[in-house]
Design a protein around this ligand. Structure first.
Ligand SMILES: Cc1ncc(COP(=O)(O)O)c(C=O)c1O
Length: 463
């Protein structure tokens, strides 16, 4: 694979924005594109002369940037051949990789509810002996967990049989299994815009064509979705506390979702209703919808438990197809997740109250330290979508590690380099790192704006 100078220039966005010398800005941005997965690995970068001409900079700038990337291990260094993108194999002192010292604003994922998780695992171990005499492979999931997930859908207003549930190793696994099993390269898929970066990554790596339809402050453009869906193989939406915006699709819009092509909804955040009642699943409005869910946000990402709800035929097909990559989900984690689902009404209120407090605290911090950012309304979930006055999101994410913060640039959530004016701000962090993180982002932004050289010493946590 190779990328042309024009394609790379589009990904680089407004190259004039950013701190430090031009070669540094260029190597920082290319490194960010590699780490974000927007420049796939093993992609040959354009020739120096050609890229310099397209970017309107000197060839020396490009060759110095390429040399830095080679030194840091992000470009292969075969003589004469064009450098190919890679990630360093040895530990680098380079701050752009999410090191332990960086405050992680790149994930919107809450910590585990410690006591409840401990209790769930203890009970899971108590229940384990009954599974030990058998082989332990359950491609569609453990009956106990399938029943617990089905019960939760039923409680939420969508009658569900356990045989309609496929347990997976997370929502991400569910989506990639579905895409790999039911779509073909060149199939067209309609998505929210912005959308969840790893879902976009699944579609890209399956060779699908993505048609993005904007999600704005006003919510979803259902007519626009229907028009875009004509002839598409799939429509993929995140209607419940959408990642990254936190928006909730209205009941009226849910009832109007009728498309060509299959509708797949990712309801990973569905239990994190901060300002509203938990939404009724989209599939209650329309039969045939495939719903994807997860324990990651309700309980803990480290469980690695997700699921898919569909008709029995598709569940069986996917359970068979998963054998191509894995043979099932760990039994103890499934038992622990079933326990947690049984306790959900006890666990959730405290978690939601904490998230509400953290969201309010984040908004205060943004008002104080980033006063010219506009934070969009969020109905729940784990993040807000903040708008910057200028299109410098990638430049900001590239320099932020030098100010102690790992940040996801807006364009990760889009296609074709969109969202340079946006940053997703999660409120899943504890107040102290959240404060330091926002201060770090403000300092990084000042450096980007003034074009001054950022500190070159490795990042240390801000006090
Ligand atoms: C919308 C959405 N889908 C899927 C996932 C991944 O979930 P899991 O950890 O269950 O694979 C996330 C996690 O951030 C998410 O926000």
């Amino acid at each position: 694979m190779h990328t042309s100078s024009h394609a790379l220039a589009r990904l680089l966005g407004d190259f004039s924005a950013g701190a430090g010398p031009a070669h540094r800005r260029l190597s920082d941005l290319i490194r960010l594109l590699i780490l974000d997965g927007r420049l796939p690995l093993d992609t040959a970068l354009p020739g120096e002369r050609d890229l310099a001409a397209v970017l309107g900079i000197s060839r020396t700038t490009v060759s110095t940037a390429y040399a830095t990337l080679r030194e840091q291990g992000y470009l292969s260094s075969r003589d004469r051949a064009r450098g190919r993108t890679q990630v360093p194999t040895r530990a680098q002192p380079e701050p752009a990789s999410p090191g332990p010292d960086l405050i992680d604003f790149s994930h919107a994922a809450p910590p585990a509810p410690g006591e409840a998780l401990h209790r769930a695992y203890t009970r899971a171990l108590d229940r384990l002996p009954r599974y030990l005499p058998r082989h332990g492979y359950h491609p569609a999931g453990l009956p106990e967990l399938r029943a617990a997930v089905a019960r939760r859908y039923t409680e939420r207003g969508l009658a569900t049989d356990p045989e309609q549930i496929l347990v997976t190793n997370g929502a991400q696994h569910a989506f990639s299994l579905l895409v790999r099993t039911t779509l073909r390269p060149r199939d067209r898929v309609v998505t929210d815009h912005p959308s969840y970066p790893h879902a976009l990554q699944v579609l890209r790596s399956a060779g699908c064509r993505i048609t993005p339809v904007a999600v704005t402050e006003d919510g979803w453009d259902v007519d626009g979705l229907a028009a875009a869906a004509r002839g598409a193989a799939m429509v993929f939406l995140i209607p419940d506390f959408h990642n990254p915006t936190g928006l909730l699709m209205s009941e009226v819009d849910r009832a109007r979702l009728r498309f060509d092509g299959g509708l797949v909804v990712d309801e990973t955040m569905t239990e994190l209703a901060l300002d509203t009642a938990p939404p009724v699943p989209v599939a209650a409005h329309r039969p045939g919808v495939v719903s994807i869910g997860s324990a990651a946000k309700t309980f803990w990402g480290g469980l690695r438990i997700g699921w898919l709800r569909a008709d029995r035929g598709l569940v069986q097909r996917l359970a068979q197809a998963r054998a191509g990559t894995d043979l099932g989900t760990p039994v103890v984690e499934q038992l622990a997740c079933a326990e947690l689902l049984g306790e959900i009404e006890q666990v959730l209120p405290g978690r939601l109250a904490e998230l509400r407090e953290r969201r309010a605290f984040l908004l205060e911090l943004v008002g104080e330290h980033l006063p010219d950012w506009t934070v969009g309304r969020s109905d729940g979930g784990l993040s807000v979508w903040a708008r910057l006055p200028e299109p410098v999101s990638s430049a900001l994410a590239a320099v932020a590690p030098r100010f102690g913060v790992h940040l996801a640039a807006g364009p990760r959530f889009g296609v074709g380099g969109a969202f340079e004016r946006y940053v997703r701000l999660p409120y899943s962090l504890d107040p102290a790192p959240m404060t330091d993180g926002i201060k770090g982002i403000a300092a990084a932004l000042s450096a980007v704006r003034s074009g001054t050289r950022a500190p070159t010493t490795p990042a240390t946590p801000l006090a």
